[in-house]
Design a protein around this ligand. Structure first.
Ligand SMILES: *[C@@H]1O[C@H](CO)[C@@H](O)[C@H](O)[C@H]1NC(C)=O
Ligand SMILES: *[C@@H]1O[C@H](CO)[C@@H](O)[C@H](O)[C@H]1NC(C)=O
Ligand SMILES: *[C@@H]1O[C@H](CO)[C@@H](O)[C@H](O)[C@H]1NC(C)=O
Ligand SMILES: *[C@@H]1O[C@H](CO)[C@@H](O)[C@H](O)[C@H]1NC(C)=O
Length: 384
């Protein structure tokens, strides 16, 4: 917590800026109301060219691919009941949050099971309205029999991960405009696949800040007190979180230029342009069927037992914000509760930066949106 610790204890700045590592809850998605806040895709996977049909809401509910189980956990799954004929696709789910969350947000997801298996490609990620112009943040993503999670950003050219950042993960490609995005591999062995559920699941947190984008992972046994004590209404203090798994500091990527407010997405596809590429599929899955082809050996035919493990089991998704902003249904602005004076908010971030970003909140009531715009991107500055 080097950056935040400095932010709090550096006496000169302390006198200028309020010290806060606390995020206020904006929205809790959990239990029976979970699916109220999301749109279902209702089309085949025309984005990553997977062999699935992502159902609309009514079909998803009717076919039991999106529901809340007896433990009050949300299940999002691939159809493992239907025998799929050759040339047809298998049903699955892709949902997008109706709200978008601007710079200054924190998202936390707590799960007990992740989809896995040959051909299976799940993700929990975020995106702006235009791709890749408005940025993409991949928080949970993996394919086939991978046993560690992979993080990435996708942007237009000009955004990259600097060398030697403060993180526990292993950096791969650093240019976020490359097809893979700028990639960081999680090192925790229980971060994907069977071992994730065997360890009781875990929690990811993604901080989307002018100072950068930072993602943490904890397996169930390693959860910090702040996560253990968090409720569906409480604020959360991130100051004890230690180094992130993946760090994309603003020194390599002007966050406000490459990212607009983000919608959250949860989806599972099958095969497609990552899981189904022979170079990716073959090493672990070539011999999982008789043809060696992702589609023929998996998607076609009976769904069980091949897809019995292809499901998310989610305790909650929570969205937080610094300084009280609320989400918007339009991607371009963020709201805060009106108050009478202008405030400079300091944003805690786990970066080793020699100076600190601030955002300025325009606290005049906006008559159109009934709230107040945060001028984070217009007014934020970096002194180097
Ligand atoms: C994918 O399909 C949806 C729904 O039919 C459509 O709105 C969208 O434009 C399509 N996207 C692409 C990239 O073809
Ligand atoms: C589908 O998978 C679930 C576990 O995810 C399992 O309980 C169920 O029996 C499977 N369905 C069939 C038809 O085998
Ligand atoms: C912080 O970053 C600066 C510049 O990159 C470097 O010189 C300094 O050693 C770093 N400090 C720590 C504690 O990592
Ligand atoms: C602050 O917000 C008000 C209401 O939306 C707007 O009229 C005003 O121009 C804004 N001020 C700045 C500095 O952007």
């Amino acid at each position: 917590m080097f950056g935040a610790a400095l932010l709090c204890f550096y006496p000169y700045l302390l006198s200028l800026f309020p010290c806060s590592n606390s995020y206020d809850l904006v929205r809790d998605y959990s239990g029976p109301s979970f699916f109220n806040g999301w749109d279902f895709y209702g089309s085949w996977d025309n984005l990553t060219l997977g062999d699935v049909w992502w159902l609309d809401y009514a079909s998803a509910i009717q076919q039991n691919l999106a529901y809340v189980n007896e433990h009050n956990r949300v299940i999002i799954k691939v159809d493992n009941v239907t025998t799929v004929p050759f040339n047809e696709k298998r049903n699955s789910i892709r949902i997008t949050s109706q709200n978008s969350y601007g710079v200054g947000s924190l998202w936390i997801i707590d799960l007990t099971h992740l989809p896995h298996g040959c051909s299976v490609w799940p993700a929990f990620w975020s995106k702006g309205p235009h791709w890749p112009d408005n940025g993409e943040i991949d928080i949970i993503e993996g394919v086939n029999l991978m046993d560690t999670n992979q993080y990435a950003l996708h942007t237009l050219p000009g955004c990259s991960q600097p060398r030697g950042v403060w993180q526990t993960g292993a950096s791969g490609e650093t240019d976020c405009s490359q097809p893979s995005g700028c990639v960081v591999s999680e090192r925790s062995p229980s971060s994907f696949g069977e071992t994730f559920a065997a360890a009781g699941g875990g929690v990811w947190a993604a901080q989307f800040d002018v100072a950068g984008i930072f993602i943490w992972f904890w397996s169930r046994a390693d959860l910090p007190p702040s996560i253990l004590q968090a409720t569906a209404t409480s604020s959360i203090d991130i100051s004890g979180w230690g180094p992130p798994s993946a760090s994309y500091p603003a020194s390599g990527c002007d966050i406000c230029r490459f990212f607009t407010a983000q919608h959250l997405v949860i989806d599972i596809t099958l095969c497609g342009i990552w899981a189904g590429l022979p170079a990716v599929y073959n090493p672990h899955c070539l011999h999982s069927g008789s043809t060696g082809r992702c589609y023929d050996d998996n998607v076609v035919g009976p769904g069980s037992p091949k897809y019995d493990s292809a499901y998310f089991e989610i305790n909650y998704v929570r969205a937080y914000t610094t300084g009280g902003p609320a989400p918007t249904s339009t991607p371009s602005s963020t709201l805060v509760n009106p108050s009478s004076i202008s405030t400079a908010l300091s944003l805690p971030a786990p970066t080793n930066t020699s100076f600190f970003p601030t955002i300025f909140v325009n606290t005049s009531l906006n008559p159109v949106i009934g709230g107040v715009d945060i001028m984070s991107c217009q007014f934020s500055f970096w002194p180097w």
